[in-house]
Design a protein around this ligand. Structure first.
Ligand SMILES: [Zn+2]
Length: 302
C-alpha cells in the first residue's frame, strides 16, 4: 500500500486455501504492514499444513516487528480464515479444499505449533470461514463499506460465499450458510469434489472447466446470482477470489447487463450493485486479521 503504515501492529491474519496460504500483518486501522504468500503442495498432510501456517505467521510477525521497531511476542491476536465449516471452538468439520485438515482443531493445533520465541503463549487465536473473512474485510475496508446486507462470492478453484444480513454474518444452523459455489445449476453436469454434479463453481471458476467462455460464464453467474438475490435481497454483491478479481469487470459487466432481465420483481435501482473485491487477493487474510481484532475489542468492551 502506498500510504505510510501505522506504527502499531494489531493482528496477523492467515487465509488458508487449498493451494496456498496468504498472510497479512495489519495495523489497528486495517493498513497492511506486510503480506506473504506461500504455496501449499497437494501431498501435504494436516500436520504439514499446520507447520506451514505457523511458519507464515512467524515470518510475518518478525517482518512486522522489524518494520515497526517492536520487540518479540508483540502480536496482539491472530486470525485464521479456513475454507470449510468450523465449530465455534475451531474444529474443522467439513472442507472440500482442505480435506486433510478435517477433524483437526485448527486453533489448538496452531497454538501448539507457533514459534514460542515469536508469539506469546496466550496470544488469542480466532478462526472463521475464509469467505466470511473476505466479507468482513470488504465491509470494514473494501467495496462493501457502509452496507449491512452484503453477499460475497469468491470465484476460483474452491469457490466460496458469505452472507451478511442486517450487519450480522449469517452462518446457519450448522455453519454451512453461504456455500453458494455448490448450488447445483446443471443437474447431471460436471462432477464436483463436494460429491455433487453441476455445481455453480464449475461454470464460473475459470479453471475447473476451460471450455466455458466468458459469455457463457456470465450467463451461469447471472443465473446463480439472480436466485440468490431473490432469496436474500442484498444491497451489494462483492466478487472476490483469485479468478474473480483477475477477470473482474470483463465478467461482471455482462452479468450486470443480464441480471435486470432475470429479476422482474426489481426496479433498476433495486438490482444490487455488483462489484469486484477491493482488497483483492488479500481480502481473506486482512479480513481474518480484522475478525480477530473485532473479537478482542468486543471482549475488552464487555
Ligand atoms: Zn460442489
Amino acid at each position: 500500500m502506498a500510504h505510510p503504515v501505522s506504527s502499531a501492529l494489531a493482528a496477523v491474519g492467515l487465509d488458508v486455501g487449498g493451494t496456498k496460504i496468504l498472510g497479512a500483518a495489519v495495523a489497528p486501522n486495517g493498513d497492511l504492514i506486510c503480506s506473504r504468500k506461500e504455496p501449499l503442495q497437494p501431498e501435504l498432510d494436516g500436520e504439514d499444513v499446520m507447520q506451514t501456517m505457523a511458519s507464515v505467521a512467524g515470518a510475518l510477525a518478525i517482518e512486522a516487528y522489524e518494520k515497526l521497531g517492536l520487540g518479540r511476542k508483540n502480536v496482539p491476536c491472530l486470525g485464521l480464515g479456513i475454507p470449510g465449516t468450523l465449530t465455534k471452538d475451531g474444529n474443522l468439520t467439513f472442507s472440500a479444499n482442505l480435506k486433510e485438515m478435517v477433524g483437526i482443531n485448527v486453533v489448538s493445533g496452531l497454538r501448539g505449533t507457533l514459534d514460542t520465541r515469536v508469539f506469546a503463549s496466550d496470544t488469542p487465536i480466532y478462526v472463521e470461514n475464509d469467505a466470511n473473512c473476505a466479507l468482513i474485510g470488504e465491509v470494514a475496508l473494501g467495496a462493501a463499506r457502509g452496507y449491512e446486507d452484503v453477499m460475497l462470492l469468491t470465484l476460483g478453484p474452491g469457490s466460496g460465499g458469505a452472507l451478511m444480513l442486517g450487519g450480522r454474518l449469517v452462518r446457519g444452523a450448522h455453519g454451512y450458510a453461504g456455500e453458494f459455489g455448490h448450488m447445483v445449476v446443471m443437474p447431471g453436469g460436471y462432477r464436483c469434489k463436494c460429491g455433487r454434479k453441476g455445481c455453480l463453481e464449475h461454470y464460473v471458476s475459470g479453471t475447473a472447466n476451460r471450455r466455458v467462455s466468458i459469455e457463457d460464464m456470465a450467463g451461469w453467474l447471472a443465473l446463480g446470482l439472480a436466485n440468490l438475490i431473490l432469496a436474500f435481497d442484498p444491497g451489494i454483491i462483492v466478487i472476490g477470489g483469485g479468478f474473480g478479481v483477475g477477470v473482474g469487470d470483463r465478467l461482471l459487466q455482462p452479468v450486470r447487463e443480464i441480471l435486470p432481465g432475470m429479476l422482474k420483481e426489481y426496479s433498476t435501482e433495486q438490482v444490487p450493485k455488483l462489484v469486484v473485491a477491493e482488497l483483492g487477493e488479500n481480502a481473506g487474510a486482512v479480513g481474518a486479521a480484522i475478525n480477530a481484532i473485532q473479537h478482542v475489542s468486543s471482549q475488552a468492551g464487555q
